[in-house]
Design a protein around this ligand. Structure first.
Ligand code: GDP
Ligand code: MG
Length: 264
């Protein structure tokens, strides 16, 4: 019996980790920390930078969008501002993404994880056609997981927390990929408050009602939606600066990759 090559082409490894999050949440710093962790623990990682506008990267990227598209020149050529320049650069890169997939496929046996950094402004990746094309190209070839980085100290306000979680929820809904919430910067503020709010609907309700400027019926409905959302994800507390939480992060990624293999 001859098995068609396409039937066995889906690989168990590497696991693709797409790092997204609000500007300044610490994606690039977190990726640097992940790279350091893989190097010191014999995990075989491969790094992909999709941010065309970053000036200096703290880590060495195996594949770098900046080697293919020059963001400043794209801005000039198409007469664009910074965001348009980044978006157009990503679009140009997405047209060649099959080549990136081939490169990773050729190395698949030697890799455990592919770590993907995305542009600073979250919506450039999560709400663009090219972001969807890139995500889809990964997810149809390898187990793919979204790591949603949260700026923990900035999310201590319940309203900010809720809008950040609603954004994460929209990404889960849009990509339908396993999502890991990465509470970053726990060296500055611990993420226990977030865990409490996620586990205990009443506790979150009480926190948000201290701010009387928000209509309680709407926030109540929204937090019910979020309660459902939390059931579908894993969360970890990390510090990209101090390095806490790396083992917990990789365990959550492994569990998410299993989930991917069962559902996709
Ligand atoms: P990005 O826009 O999401 O890629 O964010 P960056 O990685 O550029 O980080 C934004 C800022 O947050 C920088 O000033 C980082 O030094 C800082 N930062 C990132 N991670 C941490 C962390 O774990 N702890 C602290 N204290 N600062 C962090
Ligand atoms: Mg960055």
């Amino acid at each position: 019996l001859k098995i068609a090559e396409s039937d066995i082409s889906f690989k168990r490894k590497p696991v693709i980790i797409i790092v997204v999050g609000m500007a300044g949440s610490g994606k690039t710093t977190f990726l640097h920390r992940l790279v350091c962790h893989t190097l010191s623990s014999n995990i075989r990682g491969y790094v992909l930078n999709l941010d065309p506008a970053v000036t200096t990267l703290p880590f060495g990227a195996n594949i770098d969008i900046r080697d293919t598209v020059r963001y400043k020149e794209v801005m000039k050529e198409y007469n664009l501002g910074p965001n348009g320049g980044i978006l157009t650069s990503l679009n140009l890169f997405a047209t060649k993404f099959d080549e990136v997939i081939s490169v990773i496929e050729r190395r698949a046996d030697q890799l455990d994880y592919v770590l993907v950094d995305t542009p600073g402004q979250i919506e450039i990746f999560t709400w663009s056609a090219s972001g969807a094309i890139i995500t889809e190209a990964f997810a149809s070839t390898f187990p793919t997981v979204i790591a949603y980085v949260v700026d923990t100290p900035r999310s201590a306000n319940p309203v900010t927390f809720m809008s950040n979680m609603l954004y994460a929820c929209s990404i889960l809904y849009k990509t339908r990929l396993p999502l890991v919430l990465v509470f970053n910067k726990v060296d500055v503020a611990k993420h226990e408050f977030a865990l409490e709010w996620m586990e205990d609907f009443e506790a979150f309700q009480a926190a948000i009602e201290t701010d009387s400027s928000y209509t309680s019926t709407l926030t109540r409905s929204l937090s019910l939606v979020l309660d459902e959302f939390y059931k579908n994800l894993k969360s970890v507390g990390v510090s990209a600066v101090s390095g806490t939480g790396m083992e917990a992060f990789f365990s959550a990624i492994e569990a998410s990759a299993e989930e991917y293999m069962e559902n996709y």
